[in-house]
Ligand binder design. Structure first.
Ligand SMILES: [Zn+2]
Length: 349
């Protein structure tokens, strides 16, 4: 199959590209940086995901491209040369998760904590997961066991509990798991063997109607053995990472973390890093979020009186993944980081 998916993030190979260079090789670099959120910094997430149509792919290695490349290098712990050096080309060629590293410009400023929260989390801690389908790469019981172990890594260090549902998963199952070679829902499509191997949607609010859903690229060969051959991917490693997204964690700049964006499941990593533990505890430790269910009129009154200050409000908010209308939850507004407001009976007047 020679057809190149518009979502395929072809890694750049032209070692030595630098500011001032022009041509198609610069376009390949810009498209890669755009696909994973680094360029252009001001574009919306949707524009980044549709990098191939992005009018800002200028094929000119300008200052913005240099800064985006430096940000990529910083996030991956590489020397921030701003040039496409050999070590950077090598990093970009490795398999990685399809979820962009950068969703907001602010994410590029790293403080002492390296884990990054998506701004969304489940409003309850007893979650269910189910398999929509399974890969045929391994026995069913081995796949289920690997994914169960991945969930256990997160429940061991937080208040979360996970229960596997029957197949097919009943309505209301929070986390649906699929193996597919094509589309992973509205956010895009997998790219065949190599490159991107997984995708997951954040919890309600940020994750929209697909909240919590986890996808694995079935063009890859998934392995559930103790020792993984070099050309295959460790399912437990990949599942632990994607479940982290489904619980509300974004990519971490800590290269030892399960939530590192360029985590490579060819090398099994089946335990959490302290950075991952800090992140999940920030979301699901002692602070179980308070969920208010109000009528639209009462919600409007509360907001007008400034007793509740909506963090995300209205369509076209700061993040296009913020969903105000969700069939599963009605109208959802997050109030600060502590309170989710669910209005069951319609939009706020
Ligand atoms: Zn990821």
């Amino acid at each position: 199959m020679n057809e190149v998916s518009p979502h395929r993030a072809v890694p750049p190979t032209e070692v030595g590209l630098k500011a001032g260079d022009t041509g198609p090789a610069v376009g390949v670099l810009q498209r890669y940086l755009s696909r994973f959120g680094y360029l252009p910094l001001s574009a919306t997430v949707q524009e980044r995901l549709e990098g191939s149509q992005n009018p800002r792919i200028s094929e000119v290695f300008d200052e913005e491209t240099k800064e985006a490349l430096r940000a990529y290098q910083a996030f991956h712990g590489l020397p921030t040369s701003g040039r496409l050096d050999a070590i950077t080309v090598g990093q970009m060629a490795l398999p990685r998760c399809g979820v962009p590293d950068v969703w907001n410009v602010e994410d590029l400023t790293f403080g002492t904590t390296r884990f990054v929260l998506s701004g969304a989390r489940w409003d309850h801690t007893e979650l269910r997961y189910g398999f929509v389908n399974l890969t045929t790469d391994s026995a069913r019981r081995r796949i289920r066991r690997a994914v169960r172990a991945a969930f256990r890594a997160w429940s061991d260090v937080s208040l979360l509990t996970f229960t596997e549902t029957a197949t097919p998963p009943p309505p209301g199952t929070e986390i649906l798991i699929r193996f597919t070679t094509g589309s992973y829902g509205p956010a895009g499509s997998f790219d065949g063997l190599g490159g991107m191997w997984g995708w997951a949607y954040y919890p309600p609010l940020a994750g929209g109607n697909d909240a919590g859903d986890v996808y694995f690229d079935d063009a890859e060969t998934w392995n559930t053995e103790a020792v993984v051959p070099l050309t295959e991917l460790d399912l437990q490693t990949a599942a632990t990472h994607e479940i982290g997204h489904a619980l509300g964690l974004k990519h971490s700049a800590e290269s030892g973390a399960i939530m590192w964006g360029s985590l490579n499941p060819r090398t099994p990593k089946r335990t959490l890093h302290q950075d991952d533990i800090n992140g999940i505890r920030e979301l699901y430790s002692t602070r179980v979020p308070l969920v208010l269910e109000l009528t639209p009129a009462l919600a409007a009154a509360e907001i007008r009186s400034a007793r509740l200050e909506p963090k995300f409000f209205g369509t076209g908010g700061p993040d296009p993944y913020v969903s105000q209308q969700s069939p599963r939850f009605g109208t959802v507004v997050q109030i600060g980081s502590q309170v989710s407001l669910t209005i069951k009976n319609g939009p706020i007047p």
